[in-house]
Design a protein around this ligand. Structure first.
Ligand code: ZN
Length: 277
């Protein structure tokens, strides 16, 4: 495993990487594991090289919401150096990460100017993506938020599979589980995804990208491919808002008589993850 799979470490000049290298420890992170909690002063930061970590906000009633996902392009713990964390860092997708003591990172302030310049750029990207996610949650419907969440998951990780259940997506996005199930069922029928035993496999990323809202592209600072612009139906904000407000009632009616377990059938993907003809 190469630590430079992580984007922040990959951008470092050789001299600065050598400062970090002796202190980096490869660790295996397991889905559900809490790296540190709200209020903790973490002893280590993490550079994912396969794992995905969610920034979870917990309230006193015991509800939790995901505010952001961190993966191979950034680090976990950047906002906590010497300060209590305002979020709980929970592993979303099992995988590897490099662990670094916070004490070493604090020393690096004097020796590694390029690192902190890059880290500041990463924080700026994170703030922009968070801002765009807030816009999406207020203006766009469940389907588009779900597509954006799937695409961000793929970008953060190193594979096209996501360990997640319908219930977990429901809690993460703040929609009813039945509505999540219905949307995943539609995606399954389009051969865009396959959901089986808590693993969601994305089979056709291009199709999801074609139906995604502009929030994903704006947040990633990428231009939507021209062929997608031709294929995408015009968004009507008023209708999107009505859909969002009515979504619970609408899906109760549509799902009447369903056992709510749609999408948990056998995967139809081939071993290579390609869409079947
Ligand atoms: Zn959106």
């Amino acid at each position: 495993m190469n630590a430079r799979i992580n984007g922040l470490l990959a951008e470092l000049p050789e001299a600065e990487f050598e400062f970090f290298a002796p202190h980096l420890k490869l660790v295996s992170l397991t889905k559900g594991q809490t790296l540190f909690s709200q209020g903790d002063k973490p002893s280590h930061v993490y550079y994912p090289v396969g794992a995905i970590v969610s920034l979870m906000i917990d309230n006193q009633a015991g509800d939790s919401t995901e505010s952001f996902m961190l993966g191979k392009s950034c680090m976990v713990g950047a906002a906590t150096l010497g300060e209590p964390s305002f979020y709980r860092a929970q592993v979303r997708h099992s995988g590897l990460a490099y662990q670094l003591p916070v004490s070493v990172l604090l020393q690096a302030r004097e020796h590694c100017p390029a690192y902190f310049r890059n880290a500041m750029n990463a924080v700026n990207r994170m703030v922009m993506q968070l801002t765009q996610a807030v816009f999406c949650s207020k203006r766009h419907g469940l389907e588009q938020q779900l597509i954006r969440w799937l695409l961000v998951n793929l970008d953060r990780g190193v594979s096209n599979t996501i360990e997640v259940t319908h219930q977990e997506i429901s809690e993460l996005l703040g929609f009813r589980r039945e509505a999540i199930t219905l949307n995943l069922k539609k995606m399954t029928e389009r051969n865009e995804v396959c959901v089986h035993r808590g693993v969601l496999e994305v089979l056709d990323r291009q199709s999801l990208e074609a139906r995604s809202c502009d929030c994903y592209w704006t947040a990633m600072q990428r231009q939507r491919p021209l062929e997608h612009q031709m294929a995408l139906p015009a968004l009507v904000p008023g209708i999107q808002m009505i859909e969002r407000k009515l979504i619970g009632v609408t899906h109760d009616l549509i799902l009447d008589g369903s056992n709510g377990s749609g999408g948990d059938g056998q995967c139809r993907a081939t071993q290579s993850g390609q869409k079947q003809p």
